[in-house]
Design a binder for this molecule. Structure first.
Ligand SMILES: Cc1cc2nc3c(=O)[nH]c(=O)nc-3n(C[C@H](O)[C@H](O)[C@H](O)COP(=O)(O)OP(=O)(O)OC[C@H]3O[C@@H](n4cnc5c(N)ncnc54)[C@H](O)[C@@H]3O)c2cc1C
Ligand code: FES
Length: 257
């Protein structure tokens, strides 16, 4: 479960967004779309806690994974200084991933900001099952949208949304989602992004009586289901551990209040 990854590439791909490729064959072999790794920059005392980052690429054949990360604080800022050949201590793959079993062919992916990170391996898995994929990808502005070329190469039909209207539709992802589900329908919806977005997306999906899954976030400690720091309330009144019961949950399970 612990593996030392070797950095193969670490490049800026958007506003405060970086993409890192790592050689770590064991994790690449075991990982499923939607799982994450707990990252610690090796040989430094600070930050002590590991940082959870989703798997943005899983290349089992070549033993390579990739991470897409937004710089928000000390840990992610330190990651930007990693160079080719450097080592990173990784714990993973962790959590449960996305399910790819659903009736019908039409998948809709809704991503808000860095919430796009876990979706590339899911797209690859869905394409292998001959599913059709539409992605509604929203962010603050054009520079905050990353890796569009990768998704287009995967044959994904993209609907871009920005808050400032600098590219695509102006507004929030729920507007085109409501329109798409109303006009064409879908067989399954996946979403990842800020909680307010997840709540709104679930509302739209429920309106059309559809099913889906969300990938959620929480402040994490151990990543292994032990420390309970990632506990979040579910609608049944019980808590769920984001690291172990999630980060992916069926829509309708979590309570975002
Ligand atoms: C399962 C999971 C998967 C994730 N995948 C990705 C990913 O693929 N790419 C990515 O960029 N980020 C991802 N995150 C969020 C990422 O873990 C945090 O942004 C990171 O830990 C921040 O570390 P830091 O040391 O840079 O910032 P810190 O100094 O720890 O925090 C800086 C700011 O970020 C906020 N923050 C820190 N951690 C979180 C968190 N978990 N959720 C929401 N806000 C947070 C803090 O409140 C603070 O305002 C994921 C989180 C989880 C739980
Ligand atoms: S992070 Fe420790 S229980 Fe989830």
């Amino acid at each position: 479960m612990l593996e030392t990854g070797k950095v193969l590439l670490n490049e800026k791909v958007g506003k405060d967004i970086w993409r890192m490729e790592l050689k770590c064959p064991w994790i690449a072999k075991k990982a499923k779309p939607g799982q994450f790794v707990n990252v610690r920059v090796k040989d430094v005392a600070e930050p002590l806690l590991r940082r959870p980052i989703s798997l943005h690429g899983i290349d089992d054949a070549n033993g390579i994974i990739s991470l897409l990360y937004l710089v928000v604080g000390r840990g992610t800022e330190m990651m930007t200084h990693m160079e080719n050949g450097d080592s990173i201590d990784l714990l993973g793959p962790l959590g449960n991933g996305f399910s790819t079993f659903f009736h019908g062919r039409r998948a809709v992916i809704v991503a808000g900001g860095i919430g796009s990170a876990p979706f590339y391996p899911l797209m690859e898995a869905l394409r292998k099952k001959d599913k059709q994929i539409k992605m509604i990808y929203g962010a603050r502005d054009e520079e905050s949208l990353a890796c569009l070329d990768l998704y287009e190469e995967e044959g994904v039909e993209m609907i871009l949304v920005t808050e400032d209207g600098s590219v695509g539709e102006k507004g929030f992802v729920t507007n085109p989602l409501d329109r798409l589900l109303g006009e064409e329908g879908a067989d399954f919806v996946y979403a990842c992004g800020p909680e307010a977005m997840l709540k709104a997306v679930e509302g739209v999906v429920e309106k059309y009586h559809l099913k889906g899954e969300v990938s959620t976030e929480a402040r994490m400690g151990c990543g292994l289901g032990v420390c309970l720091s990632c506990s979040k309330k579910a609608k049944d009144g019980k808590n769920r551990k984001c690291c172990q019961d999630g980060p992916v949950f069926a829509m309708g399970v979590m309570d975002y209040e």
